[in-house]
Design a protein around this ligand. Structure first.
Ligand SMILES: *Cc1c(COP(=O)(O)O)cnc(C)c1O
Length: 303
């Protein structure tokens, strides 16, 4: 099975003309950058595997993508989390609901006092029929799927060789931005990103741990931004994007990148921007009600 070649569409946001690489459209369940990061696992036969195991946050995009991968492969899927709020158990939403629908077994380890990673090692003790994926897909297997993404972008840019292209995407672990940079920078395409988890220093640290020496360009906002917190400005940016482009972006990462891009654009309007849509829309199903509760906002999109 091979999933590739998502479309590139053209849009305008405020005064910024941009192209959008639609990785939200890779597959109905297996989409976005987690699908690219796990693509190597989809493409390899891995016939000896029966159970996929991972860990992280109970609303993570990675959990949902891994449950889709397991469903496609016919594997069982176990996902270990620190904690599951009781309101979520009573009223499943977002990635949590979608993963359960795909057959994921989501297990909390809080009573053991162990980190989920330790719990898997010490208590679950996976054998050779298990495949364990680190949190967020921060592993070397991610490289080949992102390399494929880079080659799709390159092929497309060759039709417009006179433009100075820049590829933009927000970062969590920075894995996607790093490997895109590795395969695009040698062809004269700059990759720009912003840190959504931790600050610039944390992201540089993550880049270094991937063992590469040349890094993507990091844009940053003057104000502090904590991952997963609700910021009214993020919601406003998300709603403006939706109103002007009719594209739904993700609420956790994309608003910050677009706030950075507005500042960036002032000095870089001659460049041709390609924005990478990294999926994550299932997470909006739980983020939107949180915004509505906190700020009393009523979104003009009911999805
Ligand atoms: C995971 C994720 C990111 C961050 O990707 P990294 O490779 O960890 O930097 C960005 N956007 C969305 C929608 C994601 O799911």
């Amino acid at each position: 099975m091979k999933l590739t070649d998502t479309p590139i569409t053209q849009h305008e946001f405020d005064d910024i003309l941009f192209y959008l690489k639609r990785d939200d459209q890779l597959h109905s369940h297996f989409s976005g950058n987690k699908a690219r990061k796990f693509m190597a696992l989809l493409e390899q036969p891995l016939d000896h595997i029966q159970t996929l195991i991972s860990y992280g946050s109970v609303q993570s995009n990675a959990m949902y993508s891994l449950s889709a991968l397991a469903a496609i492969k016919g594997w069982a899927f176990e996902f270990y989390v620190d904690h599951i709020p009781s309101w979520l158990v009573e009223n499943p939403k977002g990635n949590y609901r979608a993963a359960l629908d795909l057959g994921a077994k989501i297990k909390k380890v809080d009573e053991s006092g162990l980190h989920p990673r330790e719990y898997i090692e010490q208590v679950r003790q996976p054998d050779d029929s298990c495949l364990v994926v680190p949190e967020g897909g921060r592993f070397r297997h991610a490289e080949s799927g992102i390399k494929q993404l880079a080659s799709e972008i390159l092929t497309w840019t060759r039709f417009e060789s006179r433009s100075e292209f820049v590829v933009a995407l927000p970062s969590g672990t920075g894995t996607t931005a790093m490997y895109l940079h590795k395969y695009l920078n040698p062809h004269g395409i700059e990759v720009i990103t912003c840190p959504c988890v931790g600050g610039k220093g944390y992201l540089e640290q993550q880049f270094m741990e991937l063992g590469e020496t040349s890094f993507p360009t990091i844009l940053d906002l003057p104000r502090k931004h904590h991952f997963g917190n609700l910021y009214k400005q993020d919601y406003v940016t998300w709603a403006e994007l939706l109103a002007q482009t009719h594209i739904e972006f993700d609420l956790l990462y994309d608003p910050l990148m677009w706030q950075c891009l507005k500042l960036w654009h002032a000095n870089n309007s001659h460049k041709t921007l390609i924005y990478l849509h990294q999926g994550g829309l299932m997470g909006n199903e739980s983020m939107l009600p949180r915004y509505e509760r906190k700020y009393g906002l009523s979104p003009n999109a009911e999805n």
